[in-house]
Design a protein around this ligand. Structure first.
Ligand SMILES: NC(=O)C1=CN([C@@H]2O[C@H](COP(=O)(O)OP(=O)(O)OC[C@H]3O[C@@H](n4cnc5c(N)ncnc54)[C@H](O)[C@@H]3O)[C@@H](O)[C@H]2O)C=CC1
Ligand SMILES: O=C(O)C1=N[C@H](C(=O)O)C[C@H](O)C1
Length: 246
């Protein structure tokens, strides 16, 4: 049995993970931690793996504390930067622990990010629209940031320059934010869970890649796969696709 701790255990995702781990035949929940609980070798209660779905402002310090507690970590919380990745990578390597950070554990979203990066070199224009429940604290979504970065990297490798855009005035920011040059638009709407639409355009044609999570159950197979696959690794892995043999 894999002994699992959950940090952010009282949240929308954390509580869903607690149920999924409880229902998994090869795992057991050994620690439930949330805001105000210290993360120590004692409080993780012998966990081999911790799953963190907390908040962007605390996730990095949680991960450092979990590494110090001798636990491998699967992280779904957003808000990561190149600098925070580098700090965690160094700490995990030094401690001989493994950390897997994924902006999205839903199979549809993981594949949508892959397909977007595959398609990006073949289209002149690309934009991302992410749509979420109004309880979400960060914008743009971690998935949208990762999608845009993946497309921007693929465009650069293919030699694309700036995208066509004649906009001269945008006092309201209606053209969205830019991630690596790719416009990203965020919608917050009651009733939604998590959706993303990736628009790619050429003269006379459009490709739309869309992924919808209607329920947080959609993230659970990916989270459980992450827990199983993080064991035996060392250092930082970014993205569920890296452990999916895609
Ligand atoms: N990677 C993925 O597939 C997914 C990622 N997310 C991300 O997961 C994160 C959590 O999302 P939700 O569950 O909707 O948020 P939420 O607000 O429902 O839950 C966050 C939980 O973290 C707790 N918390 C606050 N400070 C803490 C601390 N220092 N230590 C431990 N727990 C602490 C809060 O009390 C709360 O229970 C967000 O960053 C969100 O974007 C959400 C869905 C899927
Ligand atoms: O906050 C959420 O709900 C989600 N957060 C992640 C993100 O920011 O990409 C993953 C998914 O979109 C749901």
């Amino acid at each position: 049995m894999i002994r699992v701790a959950v940090t952010g255990a009282k949240g929308r995702m954390g509580s869903t993970v607690v149920q999924a781990v409880t229902d998994a035949p090869d795992m057991e929940v050994v620690a439930l931690l949330d805001a105000g609980d210290a993360i120590t070798a004692q409080s993780v209660n012998g966990a081999q793996v911790a799953v963190d779905f907390s908040v962007p402002t605390v996730t990095e310090s949680n991960v450092h504390a979990l590494i110090d507690a001798g636990v491998d970590v699967v992280v779904g919380t957003t808000g990561w930067t190149e600098e925070s990745y580098a700090r965690v990578s160094e700490h995990a390597c030094r401690a001989g622990q493994a950390v897997l950070i994924a902006p999205n554990f839903a199979m549809g979203a993981v594949l949508a990010m892959k397909f977007a990066a595959m398609a990006a070199p073949y289209f002149e224009s690309a934009e991302v629209i992410e749509m979420h429940h109004p309880g979400k604290v960060d914008a743009p979504s971690g998935t949208a940031v990762a999608t845009a970065r993946g497309m921007a990297q693929a465009r650069r490798a293919a030699g694309w320059g700036d995208m066509p855009d004649a906009t001269q005035t945008d006092e309201l920011g209606a053209r969205g934010g830019r991630v690596d040059g790719i416009p990203v638009h965020a919608v917050r709407l009651r009733g939604l869970t998590a959706s993303e639409e990736i628009l790619l355009g050429n003269e006379g044609e459009q490709l739309v890649i869309r992924t919808d999570s209607f329920d947080r159950a959609s993230f659970m197979p990916g989270v459980l796969l992450g827990v199983r696959r993080v064991i035996g690794r060392t250092g930082l892995t970014i993205g569920l696709d890296e452990v999916m043999d895609l």
